[in-house]
Design a binder for this molecule. Structure first.
Ligand code: FE2
Ligand code: FE2
Length: 182
């Protein structure tokens, strides 16, 4: 699979989890008591996958194409800044969830606002890449660029890439869908 196709597939998977989390937010706003462990697992998955695996590959890809086009450079810089902000936001949200799981009360409205802001920031970032960055990269890339970049990227021995991880994702996804029906 090409790098962009792989990243695009990640976006689809991340979007599916974000959609479910968005539906959770609506349920929470309606006063339903959430299954916090599941919310925590979904946020953990999104942040862990994005911060540890997906964004580093993108950052390396952006570094590879830097200097080709001034407009693209500006977009890629904004994108890497978004990665840093999302990383910080993930930590803040995980901390908030940990406090709730550890029985340190936090006003529910405040938590829901934070969760919603996080979901929207992640979603906005995916849209930004899909609509602005990836098409621009495809325009700028020369024949041979993708193979060269591919050879520079770390090989797929990262457990986040592997079979187990896909299984873990699917289990989590199924559990979330089940929970939404409850
Ligand atoms: Fe990204
Ligand atoms: Fe991405």
């Amino acid at each position: 699979m090409s790098i962009l196709a792989h990243l695009h597939k990640d976006h689809i998977n991340l979007n599916r989890l974000l959609d479910i989390l968005r539906a959770k937010v609506e349920k929470l706003r309606a006063g339903t008591r959430p299954n916090f462990r599941l919310v925590a697992d979904a946020v953990d998955y999104v942040s862990d996958y994005a911060d540890r695996h997906h964004h580093p590959i993108e950052d390396q890809m952006y570094a590879f194409f830097k200097g080709r086009d001034a407009q693209l450079d500006a977009l890629m810089e904004e994108c890497s800044a978004q990665h840093r902000r999302l990383h910080a936001a993930s930590h803040e949200l995980t901390d908030a969830i940990d406090s709730i799981l550890n029985d340190t009360p936090m006003p529910m409205d405040q938590f829901i606002d934070r969760l919603e802001a996080y979901i929207e920031e992640q979603t906005g970032h995916l849209v930004f890449e899909e609509t602005k960055i990836f098409p621009a990269l495809e325009r700028v890339a020369q024949p041979g660029d993708w193979d060269k970049l591919d050879s520079e990227l770390p090989k797929n021995d990262d457990p986040l890439f592997g079979e187990n991880r896909s299984e873990e994702y699917l289990d989590l996804y199924r559990e979330l869908v089940q929970d939404m029906k409850a």
